[in-house]
Design a protein around this ligand. Structure first.
Ligand SMILES: [Zn+2]
Length: 355
């Protein structure tokens, strides 16, 4: 290469495996947040903030998704609230946003019972309706910590999955032995319900906190049952020990979680930033460790959402191009892609959509 010619790094596109677009304030005025300590307080703040937004779910979601696309995201799994406060409004809004961006972004919608499935009356019926009206997966949340009924919660979630032939993605913030037991029970249900490879545990704080033999045992349970984990590398939250988990055969993908919503003032919707945060939180030092963070945000995410993932070439129809020395440098410097190529066409340059 001539000395002065800038280096170009080519990468497969990014995939955001866990994002909450319906909650975001993106594209609107600054949102000042109330403090919260426990989950019920966060949820109450979230419901109030969503009700107060002037822009629709569709408008805010389009705004956030356009930013994600411009920063190289090709597909995402959206966790969308379904419950007494929102009914199906958020599912309809995110689906409408996804339809407007068809051809640029593939969107999976998880019908997510943020306010509780058993504890918020009517939510089971709403989830059932959501799965008929635009949602692709059924979600769940803290069967013990929020719902206080492990069997009842899993029966409801897996019952809906069976009835609609859809995959499952459960938020699990419960930690310690309780969280590990919930993890084992979800893994067992994945096998007995014939859903190996089609069940995700999001956040999985109990796995993130596990050490020594506890970690190795739970990793083996997850690998054998084909249960996916997603992590977001947020703040002081426990972050999954991705290297150990992958060595044991556990599938892991990465997402943004909430972006500038009632829960957090942070987040950009860029998976370049998320790869950086994951690498930072997992103490990546070597190029191999930095590249692993990138791989989790690209190839692993693609596998999770069912995108074909081919080794990327300089002329691949779907690719990202960075003006950078190497991928490890991209993870550290987190530049926007110089070019986002989708279907053989440049759709964004330097973090801005071309159309
Ligand atoms: Zn989440």
């Amino acid at each position: 290469m001539p000395v002065n010619e800038p280096a170009i790094v080519v990468s497969p596109p990014l995939v955001d495996a866990h994002i909450h677009p319906d909650k975001t304030s993106w594209g609107g005025p600054w949102l000042s947040r109330r403090a919260a300590r426990a989950l019920p307080e966060y949820i109450a703040n979230d419901v109030r903030v969503q009700a107060d937004y002037l822009a629709s779910v569709e408008e805010r979601t389009v705004s956030l998704f356009r930013t994600a696309i411009a920063n190289g995201t090709r597909a995402l799994r959206a966790q969308v609230d379904v419950g007494p406060a929102q009914g199906l409004t958020n599912v309809h809004g995110v689906r409408a946003a996804a339809d407007r961006l068809a051809g640029l972004l593939d969107v999976q919608i998880v019908a997510f019972p943020q306010q509780g499935l058993l504890t918020a009356p009517g939510t089971a019926d709403l989830l059932d309706a959501a799965l008929r009206e635009g949602a692709d997966l059924v979600g769940g949340i803290d069967p013990v910590g929020l719902e206080h009924d492990l069997d009842g919660h899993l029966d409801a979630v897996f019952g809906l999955a069976g009835a609609h032939s859809v995959d499952v993605d459960i938020h699990l913030h419960d930690g310690g032995e309780i969280g590990l037991e919930e993890t084992r029970r979800i893994a067992r249900r994945a096998v007995t319900e014939g859903l190996s490879g089609r069940v995700t545990i999001s956040h999985a704080f109990a796995v993130a906190e596990a050490t020594g033999d506890d970690l190795l045992h739970i990793a083996d349970v997850l690998a054998e049952s084909g249960v996916w984990l997603t992590t977001c590398a947020l703040g002081t939250d426990p972050v999954l020990p991705v290297a150990v988990l992958r060595e044991r055969g556990v599938k892991v993908a990465v997402g943004s979680d909430g972006v500038r919503d009632a829960w957090t003032p942070f987040g950009t919707g860029s998976m370049v930033d998320r790869a950086h945060l994951l690498a930072y939180r997992t103490d990546a030092i070597t190029d191999v460790e930095l590249e692993q963070a990138w791989d989790l945000c690209t190839r692993s995410g693609a596998e999770l959402v069912g995108l074909a993932s081919h080794p990327v070439q300089a002329d691949s129809a779907d690719r990202l191009e960075f003006d950078a020395e190497c991928l490890a440098a991209v993870v550290v410097d987190r530049p926007a892609p110089a070019r986002v190529v989708r279907g053989g066409r440049v759709v964004a340059r330097a973090g801005t959509l071309t159309g």
